[in-house]
Design a protein around this ligand. Structure first.
Ligand code: HEM
Length: 386
């Protein structure tokens, strides 16, 4: 097994800008074993996409027997087809039944109010003052549930993000597990409450017909809440920093036609999900390397999204890039169910930034959150004004 020291996901240089390192790895080590995460790491687009499409070889169920995951972790993102299929349909159908235009409009109103409150401040942290409340309100609106307390949810979400790197930082596991249980407890409260609108109401109404165990549904609603909040939060930071660093690109997004391709490009260029793992259920080969059954394979989505074989000029932000089949929302049976809502959130932020009478500017050095799986900032100091 080749152990590659180039790949140290929590190294400050990597946290700051992982892309030069990904490029080197892609060129020289398209697949390598990483002892820290006890996993194969795959960096080229074509390989990552093939792995994500082949769930019969690369499963998401990590337990060596392929059977027993703890009951509290059985949900959309831990079950493979065919068990996953009716649950995924239930969630997708309920999501598509929502008034997404209404969600977008309420998101813009919320952002305008935030901007107006923040306009007199000499500077503020975009992550806590905009990204977090916007992610929380869109998520609660979509699900039709009462938004939890803002500060405590930020802490829960951060603990879960740190938990995702527990193979590198085992000391974060316990806190993350507790945080996951807190989200499950919130989901129990939401299920017990009377819902008048939103995804949860539709999920509840259609659950019996879908014939999936009740705890799958509870756990999946908790998963959705946290995935939605965490990824919108992180993307709102990454995308806005990218646009502050590319001011002409922000201006060009005034052209409505560029907005949807532009949002996809922002997710490709610096999306939050750096990688996702699968377990080989049988012996297989990738580029001549034998993968044994039971071994983990991490698809480095963010590296794949800069693969020059798939994306011409991968390090350039090309707002009208086409085709742009990036992996920032995943691919295959576990591709993001909330991609549309994620795009609505980022689009709403861009529209509100462009219509604001004064521009947003960077007001200090951004601080990255020390998380490898989710690329995110904890402090993005900004201000309104020239
Ligand atoms: C810009 C925002 C978002 C990004 C970049 C993003 C990214 C991703 C990625 C890369 C995956 C695939 C993970 C894998 O293959 O293991 C995924 C899955 C998922 N996402 Fe998102 N996501 C976003 C927004 C959302 C929102 C708003 C929701 C909920 C409304 C959501 C819910 C989920 C769920 C439940 C899964 C698991 C699906 C499954 O396993 O079948 N995401 N997301």
């Amino acid at each position: 097994m080749t152990q590659i020291s180039l790949f140290d996901p929590l190294d400050p240089e990597m946290l700051e800008n992982p892309y030069p390192r990904y490029m080197l790895l892609q060129k020289e080590h398209p697949i390598f074993w990483h002892e820290g995460i006890r996993s194969w790491v795959v960096t080229r687009y074509r390989d990552c996409r093939e792995i994500l499409l082949d769930h019969t070889t690369f499963a998401i169920n990590w337990t060596p027997t392929g059977e027993e995951i703890p009951k509290s972790r059985q949900h959309l993102q831990s079950l493979d087809p065919p068990r996953q299929a009716p649950l995924r349909s239930l969630i997708m159908n309920s999501l598509h039944a929502q008034d997404l235009d209404g969600i977008a409009q309420r998101a813009r109103e919320h952002i305008r109010r935030r901007f107006s409150d923040l306009s007199r401040r000499p500077s503020f942290n975009w992550m806590t003052e905009v990204a977090s409340p916007v992610a929380l309100s869109i998520t609660a609106d979509l699900l039709g549930v009462e938004a939890p307390d803002h500060d405590s949810y930020l802490e829960i979400s951060e603990s879960i993000a740190l938990r995702m790197d527990a193979s590198l930082r085992p000391e974060n596991a316990e806190r993350g597990d507790q945080a996951r249980l807190r989200v499950n407890a919130l989901a129990d409260e939401w299920f017990a409450a009377e819902a008048s609108a939103g995804l949860l109401k539709d999920v509840k109404a259609n659950a019996a017909r879908a014939q999936v165990p009740e705890h799958y549904i509870h756990n999946s609603v908790a998963l959705m809440f946290n995935s939605s909040y965490g990824t919108i939060f992180a993307t709102a930071g990454n995308a806005v920093l990218t646009l502050l660093e590319h001011p002409q690109a922000l201006e060009r997004l005034r052209d409505e036609r560029l907005l949807s391709t532009g949002v996809h490009e922002l997710v490709r260029f610096d999306g939050p999900v750096q990688g996702t793992s699968r377990v080989a259920v049988r012996a297989t080969e990738i580029r001549g390397v034998t993968i044994e059954p039971g071994q983990l394979v991490m698809t480095a989505l963010a590296a794949a999204n800069r693969d020059p074989e798939q994306f011409p000029n991968p390090d350039e932000l090309v707002l009208d890039r086409h085709p742009n089949r990036h992996l920032g929302f995943g691919w295959g049976t576990h591709a993001c169910v909330g991609a549309l809502v994620g795009q609505i959130a980022i689009r709403a932020l861009i529209v509100c930034l462009l219509e604001n009478p004064v521009p947003l500017r960077l007001a200090g050095k951004p601080v990255r959150r020390p998380t490898a799986t989710v690329r995110c900032m904890s402090v993005l100091p900004v201000a309104f004004g020239e």
